[in-house]
Ligand binder design. Structure first.
Ligand code: SF4
Ligand code: SF4
Length: 225
């Protein structure tokens, strides 16, 4: 899922100061699951932002709020998101894709991000999400026993570990697992440790970001139909 973190309150206040009517919109998908931009967080932020002492003129904007199921779906947003008539800025708690979708639909209303979109991750333990994927476009998990060396190795090494690996930890921090240590351990568990020695063909980086923004067309790659 996409993991985001709420921006610091003073930063959000600096963005919305000067607007009279703010419409806060949460998103009911990834950011709800990672407890940063769902209904609960929308209500909590709404309660905070009406505090006059946060504003230089002691005059908070009037605030209304809602949570929308998927802010990143333009057709849904266009058809179903009802923005109050007097709104002069939208404060979105979605990821960057959701914020940009709202901006493309509501062309005349400023859309302000309330989250910092952080990474593609998974819940490792209650309350802790960790980065797992960088969306490189050419997944190598088959060869790396289901552990991503692009996202989880600090050097993105395709042949590791480097000399900084020690006792299973990465040289960047003793709190960070060495991805290549994890790969080797998992290969052992799968009884495939000989795969570690196999040469892999050069990774196809043409599907990564070098060619500009990527896109996916549903019907261009539908082998099961
Ligand atoms: S190899 Fe690429 S697509 Fe696969 S998990 Fe890693 S970054 Fe994501
Ligand atoms: S210690 Fe492991 S995870 Fe860290 S940079 Fe080296 S190979 Fe990558």
């Amino acid at each position: 899922m996409i993991v985001g973190k709420l921006k610091p309150l003073p930063e959000i206040v600096s963005y919305i100061s000067g607007f009279k009517n703010i419409f806060i919109v949460g998103c009911g998908s990834c950011v709800t699951v990672c407890l940063s931009g769902g209904e609960r967080e929308v209500r909590a932020l709404e309660r905070e932002l009406v505090n006059p002492s946060l504003y230089d003129n002691n005059a908070p904007p009037s605030i209304s709020a809602d949570t929308f199921q998927r802010q990143c779906e333009r057709d849904l947003v266009k058809s179903y998101l009802q923005v109050p008539a007097q709104t002069d800025a939208i404060l979105s708690l979605a990821c960057g894709a959701g914020v940009q979708t709202l901006a493309s639909v509501f062309e005349k209303i400023p859309v302000i991000p309330a989250l910092n979109t952080s990474f593609l991750g998974a819940l490792d333990e209650p309350g802790t999400w960790r980065e797992k994927c960088l969306g490189c476009g050419d997944c190598v998990l088959t060869y790396t026993a289901g552990v991503c060396p692009i996202a989880r190795c600090a050097k993105h090494l395709l042949n590791g570990p480097c000399g900084g690996s020690s006792k299973g930890k990465c040289e960047v921090s003793r709190d960070v697992d060495c991805a290549w240590h994890l790969i080797v351990e998992r290969l052992k568990a799968l009884d495939r440790v000989e795969d570690y020695e196999k040469l892999q063909s050069i990774k196809d980086w043409s599907q990564d970001r070098g060619g500009g923004p990527r896109h996916h067309e549903r019907f261009a790659n539908a082998p099961f139909e």
